[in-house]
Design a protein around this ligand. Structure first.
Ligand code: F6P
Length: 323
């Protein structure tokens, strides 16, 4: 068994519902094994500044149901520099932290991977992002909750779309990935989903709008769509379809907030415990993932290097369902 006496846990990058449940599981997992645990506030920024708080089992009581992250989070430019990482190492040394668990997305794992090559401090990653875009896990913490939030919002907009016979372009999150758009589109019966992974979707959209005569339609646009944002696409469509009453809605950060779903709480709890187990197993520079309802270990360099592919069958399913 490795000699780990104190673990630091941090949340990093964009917040995601379920991060608190993961912090709770890491804290309680460590304490169960007799390991001290400290919370690192504000992600790598707090690590550099030595912003640490001791965590007891009580400190993580009543947080499993809370959105956001009690530790705070940030994207740190300084941690991308050698000097920043040196400061972080010194702060960890001063606090006597032997290992870290980072809950975040690919940017957070990139930083962790570089750091643990430079310094002898093992890092374990837990996938936490609403985008579900990490290679090596079927689900990331926060994705399921965000999907449900989007579904609820789109259902509401659908009421107005049908009552007024309007064509709505609804922009959802997903800087580089269409998981939220595609899956919530299928779940809400959206007429089309425009996503970053697919090129030349505008022709298909125009053909679709020409071929059917109903005026009430919902088009979901992933934020990273190559054709532009919902507003830009809507402007172009307005030009060609003057008889359509077009509206745009950007859901924005409401997708990141709120109480985590049952699935996200469960996933975060399992992954948090698995992260501590991985440390006790002498693992380092790996993400704990969830594949076919089981825990897997994926090296950081794979989670960063490989793109998480969309299941192409779902594109066909979406086409069939909007026929
Ligand atoms: O958490 C990932 C994500 O939701 C992306 O889809 C989005 O582009 C980004 O965060 C926006 O984050 P922020 O507003 O915090 O920069």
């Amino acid at each position: 068994m490795p000699n780990i006496r104190k673990v630091g846990v941090l949340t990093s990058g964009g917040d995601a519902p379920g991060m608190n449940a993961a912090v709770r599981a890491v804290v309680r997992g460590c304490l169960y094994h007799g390991i001290e645990v400290v919370g690192i506030r504000r992600g790598y920024k707090g690590m550099i500044a030595g912003d640490f708080i001791p965590m007891s089992t009580k400190d993580v009581a009543n947080i499993i149901q809370r959105g956001g992250t009690i530790l705070g989070t940030a994207r740190s430019m300084e941690f991308k520099t050698e000097e920043g990482r040196k400061k972080a190492y010194n702060a960890l040394q001063n606090e006597g932290i032997d290992a870290c668990v980072v809950i975040g997305g690919d940017g957070s794992f990139t930083g962790a991977g570089i750091f643990s090559k430079e310094y002898d401090i093992p890092f374990i990653g837990i996938p936490g992002t609403i985008d579900n875009d990490l290679y090596g896990t079927d689900y990331t913490i926060g994705y399921d909750t965000a999907l449900n939030t989007v579904v609820e919002a789109v259902d509401r907009i659908r009421d107005t779309a049908s009552s007024h016979e309007r064509l709505f372009f609804i922009e959802v999150m997903g800087r580089g990935a269409g998981f939220i758009a595609l899956h919530s589109g299928i779940a809400t019966g959206a007429e089309a989903m425009l996503i970053p992974e697919i090129d030349h979707q505008e022709e298909g959209l125009h053909a679709y709008l020409k071929r059917q005569d109903k005026k009430s339609n919902i088009i979901l646009v992933a934020e990273g769509c190559k054709m532009g944002g919902a507003a830009e696409i809507a402007e172009r469509v307005k030009e060609d379809f003057k008889d359509h009453d077009v509206r745009v809605n950007v859901l924005g950060h409401m997708q990141r907030g709120g109480s985590p779903s049952a699935f996200d709480r469960f996933l975060a709890s399992r992954l948090g415990v698995a992260a501590v187990d991985a440390l006790l197993d002498n693992q380092r520079s790996i993400m704990v993932g969830f594949v076919n309802h089981d825990i897997v270990h994926v090296p950081f360099n794979k989670t960063i290097k490989f793109n998480r592919n969309l299941n192409r069958i779902l594109l066909e399913v979406a086409d069939i369902l909007s026929y």
